[in-house]
Design a protein around this ligand. Sequence first.
Ligand SMILES: [Zn+2]
Length: 421
Amino acid sequence: MTRREFTRKSAIIGAGLAVSNFVPFKGTMSVRNNELNVTIPMPIQIVIDDVGWWSGEDGNKRQEPYRTGISRNHVPADYQAIVDLGIKLGVRPQAATILCEWDRENILRNLPTSTWMREKWDNSKWVGAWLDEAADIIRNNQNHFELTMHGIAHEYWQDENFTRAEWADRSGQMRPLDQVELHLDYYEKLLDQNQLGPFPTSFVPTAFLHGFGLTGAHKISMAEVIKKRGINYINTPFYSMYNAEAAQFGIFGIDSGVITVDRGEDLLHWDDFGKKPGGVLTGPTCGLHWPNLLHPDPSRNSEIVDSWVKLLKPYNDKPETMLARNSSSFRNQLVHHVCTKVQNRGDQIDINFLETNKMKDQLSNNKLTVKIESERKLTFISDDLKISDSITSHEKGIYLYNLEIDRIKDLEKAVVKIEAS
Ligand SMILES: [Zn+2]
């Protein structure tokens, strides 16, 4: 086939993609008759809550935290399960971590609102070799374990009784600012005690109680408070977030410069334990709670991990989704998925970065992924962009291409030329 013929035959339907606000992913568009399907796939990130407890006991009836609600204590193998999930999928799951049971020096006595024992806090029963073993797993697997801030002990003790939750009350109103700052100070002290690395850059509010923007009489938002500590990413379900309607982009909003992403609904219940997952993800977050990844017998954790791998891996092979390698690439790709427009025109793909460029503060690098389905074997070239392509799959006569794009120049528009190969 000559170049000209190819060009003529590949008159193409555009796939100018915009936000897919929790509409379940569309099925693969027809790519018959030499049409192409071009998408900026939605990135998916795994977020695992309530990591960090050593006791698994649900203590809520005794004014203690729910913890993970499992029938055994946690062990270092439970951390390895997170790392193994990350290795097997080539991703870096976020472990939203609770740190009170890592307190080797009982410093939380000085912060009575942070635990059920208040001034009498005593964590000596949870100080042991397992702390170093788990810390080693976290430190040695940085590419497959992101320590995300969850909280100190998950709730807020105003007196003898716990109240939900640590960072905000039931209406999403931020706790008193001086207390929030102290909880952040002590979270950092606990990280330091255990050499768990620098302060996290991401945050999952406990009990998903959080307000977008200002709450109550506060003159500063929670997002701004934690931004000062280096956090640049909040993940929480919008169904329980105060003022969620102010989130500007549907599946995410920018609050004092901090991207806040809708977690949506989890596939499993928070205390499902030893159960293989099922169901379909409908948004960018694959949210789970730690028990959802574990087995009652820790030596069999891999059975549950493998069932998550089986469930999640296919999202890499769909034109409309991809598994994000880490938080940074997740945020980049999510902004592109929503703001960057792609369209086919003849033998080229037009990419428009106009809206994306307004979001520069949210982009940590110049990369994005575009996927293309075609019946034909193609090559892609661009004078505007650095691109590398690979074939992800070739099934039922359709090639799925992964185009890794590096925006070497600060452009509003770019062109990728398509040639038959
Ligand atoms: Zn939690």
